[in-house]
Every structure is written in structure tokens, then in C-alpha cells.
Unconditional design. Sequence first.
Length: 351
Amino acid sequence: MLVLGIETSCDETAAAVVDDARRVRANLVLSQLDQHRPYGGVVPEIAARGHVDHLDTLIGRAMDEAGAAFADLDGVAATAGPGLIGGLMVGLTTAKAIAAVHQLPLMAVNHLEAHALTPRLLGDLAFPYLLLLISGGHCQLLIVEGVGAYRRLGTTIDDALGEAYDKAARMMGLDYPGGPAVEQAAERGDPARFDLPRPMRRRPGCDFSFSGLKTALGTVVRGLGEPLGATDVADLCASFQAAVADVLEDRLRNAAALFHGAHGPGGVLVVAGGVAANRFLRGRLEAAAGALGMTLTAPPPALCTDNAAMVAWAGIERLRLGLTDAMDAPARARWPLDPTARPAVGAGVKA
Ligand code: KG4
Ligand code: ZN
């Protein structure tokens, strides 16, 4: 089974070809970072136009690299949401056109599901497992019970974790995207120098909040005065990451209790999404999972950040179960994985 995957939900134009023997035959990602960097974040209109400009060529290159013709495909998968609607429409419409011309099944994939199923592309992993999804747009704890079966345990009530990293970086004068910059600066820093808050810690449930941490960091930055020295930045970054890790550990403890209550002791914790590329957080989460009797798995960084291999793989998982979509499948800016989950208090735009 050979599937073409397309990802255009944010600022990465991506195309990949994957087969059901878990071979990633091509996995191309074209980052638009340079176009968005001057604005300190993703500009939706620029993103959509970028996808229009490059997607065709990128798909052609991915097919060439995979040594495959459209006639060799068994299906086409594209991210249909959640994300920036302009970009989603570009990717989904392109997938529909290919599916129509070559008479192929279409899979309209949920971007979060693609992140959630990525570890199954890497090896044998049975359902259920616990998933911590930490990216620029999302911060959720879910139980992955099967393809299309997700139970959301908690989500952010304000900023996503990657968003908090990006905003924190900006306050300290670091480049966008902030995650890698903060992680790198923190390596030389003293995590105990600034006592930053740990929002939601010791509260019941599994929801997250990061806006208070961001505000507290901003107050410290202003107190130090411009320009910040390299040591100040390093110490701020280390203190910020220490606070984040404490919060994740606390929320994970509550989620593990729910997971173990439903499915028994042990189990696997998967960490996915762009922030899962962070080695410091991975280390802390690995220790926390171990203390809870769980094993941690995290995809390699290239499959943690947005990519189309994960979309192709989610397409394969769905195609195998006959879960294909009609040609009128809509692009959806908001598309929660667990439609029964109550909205988190104060949740604005986050799905
Ligand atoms: O999953 P992703 O590529 O896109 C979304 O679906 O959001 O995640 C991007 C986010 C950005 O906010 C970026 O700052 C963050 O992931 N990120 C990191 C690291 N690498 C990327 N955050 C912390 N540490 C990192 N090493
Ligand atoms: Zn993502």
C-alpha cells in the first residue's frame, strides 16, 4: 500500500510518500520560516500563498524521490484541519485533484491524529497509549484508544506550549521560532536563578496554562532592563524550561492516574509535536514516565515537527480500515480530536 501525504496546515509545505511496510520513500519539507521571521510569527496569507507557489513542485519531487508514479499510489492523504484555513484549502484541494484524476481514495486527515499516530510509523505500538501533544498550536494530553478513537484528558486554557516558547523567546530578543533558541540558551543557564510560577501545578485535572508563566517572565525581563546580557538570557531560559518541565510532570502524573484507572498499570507515553524535539524536556519526561511505571517514546525531531510522512501514515492507517473521505470533505480550521471533550475553561481558539 503506497500513499502520498500532503501537509499545509501552517507554515511548512510538505509532501511525502510512505508505504504500509513503514518505509518512508520520500519526506520533503519546505519551511517558510524566512518569510515569516520578520513578523515574529506565522502570517496566514503569506503561508497560503507560499503553499500555492511550491506544493506542485514539491509533490513532483517527492514522487520522483520515491520512484513512484501516480498510478502506483493506493491513496492520497492531506491534512484537512485543524490549522490555517487558506493553507488547508490549498493542500486538500490539491489532494482532491490528484485523487479525482487518478481515481484514488482520498483521506482527509486530522493534523493532530497524524501527530498521534506517528509512533506507529516507527515501530510496533499497540493501542491504547497515552499521548502528550506539545506543538506551536496545541498542548493536550490524550488517550489514543485506536484510529479515530481519542479521549482528551486535558488541554491548554490559553497558550500552547510552543507558542509560550515563541513568545518567551521574543521577549528575550531571541529569534523565531523560539523553541530551539530557548533550549540552546538554557544549556548554559542557571535554572534556579529566577523563581518563575508553575501554573496549574497541584490542581486537579490535566489542563494546562502558560500565559501566567509568560507574563511573569516578561516582568523579570523588564526588571533586568535592556539590553539583556548573555548570562541573563541563559538563566532566564533555564528558569523558564525548569518551570515548564515541572508543570508537564505534574499534569502527566494526573493523566497517568486516569490512564492506569482505565487500562491498568504500565503502558507507553508518547510525546509528539514540535516541542517534543526539546531534549531537556524529553529527559525530564522520560524520568517522570519511568517513575510512573511507563515507558516514554518520542519520534525523532524530523517527525516531531510538522511533516507529511505523518499525514501519509495516518492516511494508511485510515485506508486500511476503509476510512476514506468523499470529495466534498471540508477543510476545517477547528477540528478537535475528541468531539465529546468539554471545552477547557477560558479556551479561545485552541481546539
Ligand atoms: O508541531 P510543530 O512543528 O507545528 C505545529 O503544529 O504547531 O511545532 C512548532 C513549535 C514552535 O512553537 C517551536 O518553537 C516549537 O515547536 N519547537 C520547540 C523546539 N523545536 C520546535 N520548542 C521547544 N524546544 C525545541 N527544541
Ligand atoms: Zn503540528
